[in-house]
Design a protein. Structure first.
Length: 371
């Protein structure tokens, strides 16, 4: 779906990105803000309109002359799919170019390394596409996120102890999926969704509090992956020396104290139900959450001391933390000796299917870069 590079118009990408972030601006405003000539902006607008990437929006009030027209992006000009594969479920989202969810579903499907499982994934994907009435001509691809280390080719699993995924998971799934697709680490995907609208120079750390604890960090709109594509494995930092056993084989890892199912398992495996009962003041939910917050405050403070940047709480637990954020900030600050107010800590923007959204956004990002 990418346009031929030889047909591109100079600065079309710059103009598109400006309108993406600043809708309802006139040609004159775009020209002035980007410090480009009027003919250059005019040619870029024509190019983008011909490709149905931007739309005429409205007419501004006249100051004496002809009313100026404003422009906005057609965010549904392209769409992308995200799939979050866990031990017991797969979640699917269809998003537009602004990361709005157009359709979503979560289906219980226990992972098994056999043809029937891969066939089921393919069938569920097909049913999702039919139900969502997705326009196949606008669909860019499918991003699949997993609790696994993924090589830079986004096709090879290098480690997946928690789920027990085979190294050739991609090849086995490929037989049943006709769309182009790539694989991503779930925490990196969740972070990518969170970082999508960042300003150019911001640095933010994302802490994913799901059944697999992980994270990611972005600086100047670049995610730091590390030399081996496994940076920010916060779940395997030592929190309590010689403490609880972790699935990785070590003891005392953050994963063993902050994985989400420590809470949801107390409420029939349902995180929403846990927090409902917590809000009602019931035990053992209050005690479990108090203990969880204690360890989480230690981890957050350690990360703040290491990276000195804003921290976002995401994942199954992080998305539920907004009602408790102010009191939790105070708890973190009790461990901080630099007289901060805790405003560096916030809850994720996407409270639902953050990782799947981030996996889908890979294709949106790739397309926007190609404009």
């Amino acid at each position: 779906m990418e346009e031929n590079r030889s047909q591109k118009v100079p600065n079309a990408n710059t103009v598109y990105r400006y309108i993406y972030r600043h809708p309802k601006q006139s040609k004159q405003t775009i020209t002035e803000d980007l410090n480009l000539s009027s003919p250059t902006v005019g040619a870029a607008l024509k190019y983008l309109q011909e490709r149905e990437l931007i739309l005429n929006d409205s007419l501004l009030e006249s100051t004496g002359g002809r009313k100026a027209r404003t422009y906005r992006c057609d965010y549904e000009a392209r769409t992308a799919l995200g799939m979050d594969v866990t031990v017991n479920h797969i979640s699917l989202v269809l998003i537009d170019m602004k990361a709005h969810i157009l359709h979503s579903d979560r289906i219980r499907l226990s992972f098994e390394d056999n043809p029937e499982y891969y066939r089921s994934v393919g069938n569920l994907l097909q049913q999702f596409l039919d139900t969502s009435e997705a326009d196949r001509d606008k669909l860019l691809g499918l991003g699949i996120c997993l609790a696994a280390n993924i090589a830079r080719d986004n096709r090879t699993i290098t480690s997946a102890r928690q789920m027990g995924l085979p190294v050739d998971f991609y090849e086995k799934l490929k037989e049943y999926i006709s769309l182009p697709f790539l694989m991503f680490n779930d925490a990196f995907s969740g972070g990518f969704a969170e970082f999508w609208d960042l300003e150019q120079n911001q640095t933010i750390l994302y802490l994913s509090l799901s059944n697999n604890v992980g994270g990611s960090m972005v600086s100047r709109r670049q995610i730091y992956l590390g030399d081996n594509n496994r940076a920010c494995k916060f779940g395997h930092m030592t929190l309590v020396p010689e403490g609880r056993p972790c699935y990785c084989g070590e003891k005392g890892c953050v994963q063993a104290y902050l994985r989400a199912d420590l809470l949801s398992d107390l409420a029939e495996g349902k995180m929403d139900l846990f927090f409902t009962r917590l809000e009602q003041g019931q035990e053992p939910y209050r005690s479990a959450f108090r203990t969880y917050r204690h360890y989480l405050a230690i981890v957050v403070n350690n990360l703040r001391m290491q990276y000195d940047c804003d921290i976002v709480l995401g994942g199954y637990v992080g998305s539920q933390m907004q009602p408790y954020l102010e009191s939790f900030r105070e708890e973190v600050q009790e461990r901080n000796r630099f007289h901060e107010d805790g405003s560096f800590l916030r809850v994720c923007k996407h409270h639902y299917e953050n990782a799947a959204i981030g996996a889908a956004l890979y294709y949106i990002d790739h397309f926007i870069r190609s404009i």
